[in-house]
Each structure stands twice: as C-alpha cells, then as structure tokens.
Design a protein around this ligand. Structure first.
Ligand SMILES: *Cc1c(COP(=O)(O)O)cnc(C)c1O
Length: 383
C-alpha cells in the first residue's frame, strides 16, 4: 500500500552536518547562525531587513504588533488561510474581518477588497494578503488601495518562499510593509519550526527585533539612562520570547542554499500533474500572468470532494484540504460571522483537495498518485 504525504521536508547530509556543527559550538540560540539565516533570506528575496523568529505565527504577531495593531483596530485577510493569519491579529486585541477570494487564483480579490473598503464603517489598519499555494496575490492592485485608504500591507507568504511577482521576489516588500515566511516542515524550506519577517523599513525592522526579545534594547540612542555600564539594557516596550535557536537557523541556512532547486522540482511536478490530469474533468490551478508560483501546494477542484478525499486516503495518498474558511471555525462564529459570508471562498473550499507536492516526490511515486487521483475522482464524479 502507498504511504505518500501531501507535503514533507527534504533533508540531506549537509543539513544534518550544519545542525551538528552548532551543537558543538558556543551558541545554541540567538548566535551567529540566526544572523546567517537572516542574511540568507535577505539575499534570496532582496529585502534589506529580515527578522527571524520561532514560527510564522510569531512572525505575524510581531509584524502586526510592530505596525501598531491593537484594541479598536481591525485586520482584514482572506478566509482561505491557516487560522494563524487572523489569530495573530486577535493576539493584539484587534478584530478581524474577511475579504472574499478571486475564484481563479483563490487569493484575496482586489475588487472585493475595493468594494468592501468603499462601504466600510471602519477601515482596516492592516490588510494581509495570503499567497495561497505559493501563487503571489495581485500586489500592485492591493498596494494602490493601501495608498488610497491608508492601511498597511503584511504579506502572509508562508507558502511562497521562492515565488516571484513580476520583477520582484516575494519578500522584497516593494508593494508591502512586511512579508512573513514559514519554515514549518511541510513548507518550501524548513527549520523544524520557524519563521521570518522581511521589510524595507529600518525602524520597523528594529522594532520587530525588540518585539522578538521582550521589548529589550541595547541601543544607547533609545535608552533613558546614559549607559551606566556594559551590562546595561532597557526594556522599552512589552515584547515576547519569540527567538529561534541556532540549531534551527543553521538548518535554515543550509535549506536556503537549495531553494531554487526545490522550487524548480516543484514546478516539474506541477507541470506533470497538469499534463496528466487535463481533460479529466478535475479542476486544475490557474496562474496569474506575470507570477512565478513557489508551489507549496497543488490544489485540485473536484465535484464530490468528500468521497474522492476518502478514496485517496484509503489508497495511502495522504491528501489534505487547505483551507476550511477561517470564519467557519467555532471560535470565530462567536464574532458573529455566518456561513455564506464569503460565497466564493466557500465554493472553493467545498471542492478543494491538496494532492502530494514536495521536492522529494519521485516521478514514479507521482505516477502512482495520479492513478489514485484519477480513480478516486472518477468514482466520485460518477456518483
Ligand atoms: C503554515 C502557515 C502559517 C503558520 O506557520 P507556522 O510557522 O506554523 O506558525 C501561517 N499562515 C499560513 C498561510 C500558513 O500556511
């Protein structure tokens, strides 16, 4: 029987050696490897600043908090995302609201955003587009609205390390204030647990670095006391312990060196899926012109999702669904959201299945997956 997950990490000997080397070094956390990870990320995406931390959830909290999101504010995002995108706004004491998706890209729809902004009683402090599956959102349109309506833009690029939007690399922040990546093992590059925020704004970067470590600074220019000695530091804001370890950061540096190859392999897999599944009646992904997908996920759309999903799982192909609309969650229902709020997101969700997509998936395994997918969807569709 097959046993193929929808996503998983690729770890080689160089990754293992990098972690072992840290174990033998002087620093296990917040040492030189963290700086090397931040540099690797800056080099990969062309942003001048990067702040690494222990998860993308923390990264979102750091970004929102450092942009001043707090009680009385509202953050808008797509309902088709992992709950972390909106939970991080709740951590700040803010409210959240949802903008419906573009039915072709499954990403937050700029037209729906504009309509919602026009009639909003309260404008959002931050809008968080999510680059679902690794396909960049229409960032120019979202940036234009942010300039007109005065909100900040935080990209949730957890799926999109290695993606491109026109001439810019995702994470470059040409059309946003900050961009968040996740290094969870199912994502494109991994640190076990980990995340990072990139920005072009030096003040925001310094603020985010303080937020990561209790709001503490050692910068004399920011202190009240003139430096009484080498031990001295001041806590000037309320921050958290969101530090990433050097063990994780060293793994991340090694992973970043393979980023291009990982994404290239994901494209080969995507192209083969498209080639072998077109004309079967299975809905395949649409690509926004001018964008380069990082292909964290490969999502198909099927009529009878429930049966197709069960058949694939039963055959050992461990498909998944990304995502249940966030406001359907019982915890979010208490805020008064009702089913039907974002009809296009709900229609997408009802048909979505993520089939296996990761760099180590071989052609042979993929052929087995394709057979199972065809059979499962065929059975499902004739019901
Ligand atoms: C994975 C993911 C997150 C959270 O990432 P962690 O690193 O696990 O905290 C947030 N948003 C999206 C869209 C994700 O896919």
């Amino acid at each position: 029987m097959l046993n193929i997950p929808y996503g998983r990490q690729s770890i080689d000997q160089a990754d293992i050696d990098a972690v072992v080397e840290v174990l033998k070094s002087d620093f296990l956390t917040q040492g030189p490897a963290v700086e090397r990870l931040e540099k690797a990320c800056r080099d990969a995406c062309g942003a001048p600043f990067a702040v690494a931390c222990n998860s993308a959830t923390s990264a979102l909290h750091i970004a929102y908090g450092s942009l001043g999101v707090g009680p009385g504010d509202v953050v808008w995002t797509s309902p088709i995302t992992f709950v972390a995108t909106s939970n991080a706004a709740l951590y700040c004491g803010a409210d959240v609201d949802f903008v419906d998706i573009d039915p072709r890209t499954y990403n937050l729809c700029p037209n729906a955003l504009e309509e919602k902004l026009k009639s909003a009683k309260k404008l959002p402090k931050v809008v968080t587009p999510v680059h679902l599956t690794g396909q960049p959102c229409d960032m120019k349109a979202i940036r234009a609205l942010s300039q007109n309506y005065g909100f900040k833009v935080v990209e949730d690029a957890s799926h999109a390390v290695g993606a491109r939007y026109e001439d810019e690399k995702t994470g470059q922040c040409t059309f946003s204030d900050a961009c968040v990546f996740s290094f969870h093992p199912v994502k494109i590059v991994t640190t076990g647990e980990g995340g990072i925020i990139t920005t072009q704004d030096p003040e925001l970067a310094a603020k985010m670095a303080r937020f990561r470590t209790h709001g503490i600074t050692r910068d004399p220019a920011l202190m009240q006391e003139t430096n009484p000695g080498g031990w001295y530091y001041e806590q000037i804001e309320l921050g958290y312990n969101y530090r990433i370890t050097d063990l994780q950061a060293a793994l991340g540096v090694s992973q970043f060196s393979k980023l291009e190859g990982f994404v290239k392999r994901r494209h080969e897999i995507a192209n083969r899926y498209v080639e072998k599944l077109s004309g079967t009646g299975i809905g395949l992904p649409y690509q926004l012109p001018g964008t380069y997908n990082a292909y964290h996920l490969f999502v198909i759309q099927v009529e009878n999702r429930r049966e197709a999903f069960a058949a694939m799982r039963a055959a050992g192909v461990h498909v998944n669904v990304h995502y249940i609309p966030v406001y359907w969650q019982p915890y979010y229902q208490r805020f008064g959201f009702e089913k039907g709020y974002c009809p296009r997101a709900e229609a997408y969700y009802e048909r979505a299945i993520s089939i296996p997509m990761y760099a180590d998936l071989t052609d042979e395994m993929q052929d087995q997956v394709i057979e199972v997918v065809k059979k499962s969807c065929g059975v499902a569709m004739s019901v």
